[in-house]
Design a protein around this ligand. Structure first.
Ligand code: ADP
Length: 420
């Protein structure tokens, strides 16, 4: 046992952190606990022989193996709240932890200190939830479990095992969900309120006013279309998210998609007096994709360019072959407009749901604030990405980057090789 103890402490000192005095007292307690636990098991199975009890005891995991094996941040305290031992994960919660030091000095969380005090007093497990405000908001719950080795009596015999759970991702998700529901209902409520208002007016004061009726019906149609579009975008987003883990596997040639999208938006381009110029390479660029989703994503970009960049009178849609930084072949579809562009502070947030540079402008254009979020999700699902560049006052360019299907990439490479 002594030889094992020396060996164990040697290994343990690399993985867990405690001072010599604490090690000695801890081992005394743990040894006692293991022996007594083995005795308890023996009592339970009265037929067990002495050698079987030894086996049970030998099979019980030694403490040094337990602490590093616990994934959650874990700290062991003595009865005075001093740190006896902790695992590496605990450092991510409280970087200032030191064996022998007081936990409340290394990690000043009043709720946790209270829970430790309560656990010490009541000898019952306690839970605490708290939030770290700086440097970034992090939410935690901590469980404080008193461990009294059987047979130990008096003050100082009890240890407190503190484990931490990081609740931050859950809290952020809750927050996002709440924001999303609030935004979606607000977006739906606005046109709905307008519709109800116009219906009331048409039933009352404007009942016999033919001119007003025509005008109001046009506005009502626009509002209803906006609501339908919002619901459509919300459903598309949730469907794409649902399938986010499934990579599309249909081979799709991109040139016909670009042409189809541009042809479909010619009427809008004409209305806005914008000329669309399309450029595509002679060779086919093939990706693995979902045709409808790719069309929807590109439509969003070209439509935005026609709506927000109309002042530039020109939109260029360019399909080209490119390469990622690590040399992988990719297809790039660049939608470039020459309108007012976007101020740099908005660029990082454009793909957030419901984020708009100018809400009134977006609403006037029939926008939902979901278009770019949808484009980003479609590209993520296709293993690609969206990049946005803009010089304020000089237009914007949105690039869809999609990994080329390897069969077509190989074909292209052999065509280049044979022509060399
Ligand atoms: P929306 O439905 O409002 O168009 P999007 O997610 O498609 O939502 O776009 C978000 C915001 O990004 C738009 O409201 C607009 O302010 C800005 N935006 C998008 N494309 C352009 C562009 N080509 N030029 C200037 N601003 C743009």
């Amino acid at each position: 046992m002594a030889a094992k103890l020396v060996n164990v402490t040697g290994v343990a000192s690399e993985r867990i952190h405690m001072d010599d005095r604490s090690w000695r007292s801890l081992w005394r307690l743990v040894g006692q606990a293991l022996r007594i636990e083995a005795v308890d098991k023996r009592t339970a199975t009265t037929t067990a022989s002495t050698s079987e009890q030894d086996k049970v005891q030998a099979a019980l995991p030694s403490f040094d193996a337990l602490l590093p094996a616990i994934q959650a941040a874990t700290v062991l305290l003595d009865g005075d709240g001093r740190v006896v031992a902790f695992n590496e994960a605990a450092r991510t919660v409280a970087p200032g932890l030191q064996a022998g030091g007081l936990l409340q000095l290394a990690y000043r969380m009043p709720e946790l200190v209270d829970a430790i005090g309560r656990a010490g007093k009541t000898h019952e497990p306690q839970r605490a939830e708290f939030v770290e405000r700086v440097p970034v908001g992090r939410w935690f719950e901590a469980f404080v479990h008193p461990i009294r080795p059987p047979g130990s009596t008096g003050k100082g015999g009890e240890l407190l095992l503190v484990t931490f759970n990081d609740l931050t991702p859950l809290r952020r998700m809750d927050q996002m969900r709440a924001d999303f529901v609030a935004n979606a209902s607000h977006e739906l409520r606005t046109p709905l309120a307008a519709l109800l208002g116009f219906i009331e007016t048409l039933q009352g004061p404007a009942k016999n006013d033919v001119g007003a009726r025509e005008k109001f019906l046009t506005i009502m149609q626009q509002q209803a279309t906006r609501m339908a579009r919002l619901i459509d975008d919300l459903l598309s987003l949730s469907r794409i998210e649902l399938n986010a883990h499934l990579q599309p596997n249909t081979t799709i040639e991109l040139t016909p998609i670009v042409r189809q999208v541009v042809d479909g938006l010619m009427t809008l381009a004409h209305d806005r007096e914008v000329a669309i110029k399309v450029a595509a390479p002679p060779e086919p660029l093939v990706v693995l994709g979902d045709r409808d989703e790719l069309i929807r994503a590109l439509e969003n970009l070209v439509e935005n360019a026609l709506k927000y960049g109309a002042a530039g009178r020109r939109v260029d849609v360019t399909l080209a072959r490119g390469q990622t930084r690590d040399g992988t072949a990719e297809a790039r579809i660049v939608v470039r407009d020459f309108g007012p562009g976007i101020a740099p502070e908005h660029l990082p947030r454009l793909t957030e749901r419901f984020y708009r540079v100018d809400v009134t402008d977006s609403r006037a254009q029939g926008g939902t604030g979901l278009g770019l979020a949808l484009v980003k999700h479609v590209l993520n699902r296709h293993g690609g990405k969206l990049s946005i560049e803009s010089t304020f006052g000089a237009g914007a360019s949105f690039t869809m980057q999609l990994p080329l299907h390897s069969a077509s990439a190989t074909q292209r490479k052999s065509a280049v090789d044979s022509s060399a």
